[in-house]
Design a protein around this ligand. Structure first.
Ligand code: 3SL
Length: 240
């Protein structure tokens, strides 16, 4: 039976061998939730980048530019990191490609590229990701983006929710990280938005008036897309 393990921070990735495994990169607030929303709403592909100037420069190639630093939209780009940027129609996104840079999420994607496949996970596409992993039948590592190298609750409870969905076909008991994430998910799941009110990043976002982003990002199974990061681009995988 394949195993499901959870890496609580990109700083811990040197302890994990991603070769031969599938990495599910998660940054619930908000990078992977925004990427899933973008692809489910007509964006053709995204290019995750580390530096703001390289993201801004992609405008010359016809890309929509999206950038966040410390929770705020960066200067000189079209969008920040709110999923509503892909829903509100202020910047038309249908058929467009997006260059994106964020504090933690895009970095976690790039650091996971040694895996056999790098999947973009969020509550918004939880069921589709679980189905994809069932089809792959490979060991899985959930890579939590965290915040500047530190543990965060929202990515961890996603790991627990994914483990719960895969309990019938994956070994979810041999990693203490997965067991801890499952326990936290059990505590959170009667009211995920309420539970996350205590998380550091929700408090940070609330001070930036992004509370509605959090409520949106904890919705489950809103979109049946499985974005894969390969060859420098994030695109939707067509499910068999
Ligand atoms: O760090 C990131 O990648 C972002 O998702 C953080 S924020 O939610 O946009 O502040």
């Amino acid at each position: 039976m394949p195993t499901l393990d959870i890496c609580f921070s990109p700083e811990l990735l040197p302890l994990y061998d991603l070769k031969g495994r599938v990495a599910v990169v998660v940054d619930i607030l908000r990078a992977t939730s925004s990427i899933v929303t973008a692809l489910a709403n007509g964006v053709t592909h995204l290019v995750p980048l580390s530096e703001l100037p390289e993201c801004q420069a992609m405008a010359a190639q016809g890309y929509i530019t999206a950038a966040e630093r410390d929770g705020r939209q960066a200067e000189g780009v079209d969008l920040g990191n709110s999923p509503f940027g892909y829903l509100d129609g202020i910047v038309p996104v249908q058929g467009r490609c997006v260059a994106i840079t964020t504090t933690n999420g895009t970095r976690a994607l790039q650091l996971s590229s040694a895996a056999d496949a790098v999947v973009v996970g969020a509550f918004l596409n939880l069921g589709a990701v679980a189905e994809f992993l069932r089809q792959q039948q490979k060991d899985v590592v959930v890579v939590c983006a965290g915040w500047k190298g530190k543990f965060c609750l929202e990515d961890t409870i996603f790991g627990g929710a994914l483990a719960e969905r895969l309990a019938d076909s994956f070994d979810i008991t041999s990693s203490d990280a997965t067991l801890a994430a499952l326990d936290l998910w059990q505590a959170a799941q009667p009211d995920v938005a309420g539970y996350l009110l205590k998380s550091a990043h929700v408090r940070r976002l609330n001070s930036l008036e992004s509370h509605k982003d959090m409520e949106f990002c904890v919705r489950q199974d809103e979109y049946a897309v499985v974005p894969l990061f390969r060859n420098g681009q994030i695109e939707v995988e067509k499910l068999a």
